[in-house]
Design a protein around this ligand. Sequence first.
Ligand code: ADP
Ligand code: MG
Ligand code: MG
Length: 210
Amino acid sequence: MGNSDAITLEILRRITEVMRENAEELTRLDSAIGDGDHGTNMARGFNAVLPKVEAMAGQPPAALLKTTATTLISTVGGAAGPLYGTAFLRAATALDGKNDIDERDVLAAFDAALEGIKARGKASPGEKTMVDALTPAVDALRAAVEQGLDLPTALDHAAAAARTGMEATIPMLATKGRASYLGERSIGHQDPGATSSYLIVQAIADVVRE
Ligand code: ADP
Ligand code: MG
Ligand code: MG
């Protein structure tokens, strides 16, 4: 992918836009099984990220992602801040020194991001968290890359899998994070973090497709 730095910046712009547009919906989901702040947390985080990365135009993807990570960690707060911060930091490390990112690099970055979230949050699939959207997304991305599909198509598969994973959180019993305090009452609600994770994967796929 030529222009990987410009595409990375465009992805961060799109994610910011999508978090702003979906802040109310994410907060509504978090009101049902959490403390009703996930949308404002994510919008606040990316609103802080955007001006910083806009000022870094021309710097390599890893530098943009590292700034994204540190900014999310210092502005999002709650559970999601450190988790997404770790994800972007691990992705940055996976892409360190790369200016021309290919399918395998994107897969390595997604894989590292998910492993970072799992290490930080100690969540496994099936616990009703962002891991439930990201695990199928990374699996689908890996399968598509191994099949030799092009990057836009591979990311479309990842986004579709993330959406299915997000929807699959509805009947799950939450055993991590605030939603776990509700026990059985967490069943029947879509997880806010799985929803923001799906939105991020979809935003990446949309930008790469264009
Ligand atoms: P808080 O719960 O601190 O208010 P947010 O509302 O911003 O934080 O984020 C909540 C989301 O974080 C949940 O919907 C869930 O997807 C995710 N989450 C919470 N705890 C964990 C964990 N241990 N591992 C992975 N994801 C988690
Ligand atoms: Mg919350
Ligand atoms: Mg909170």
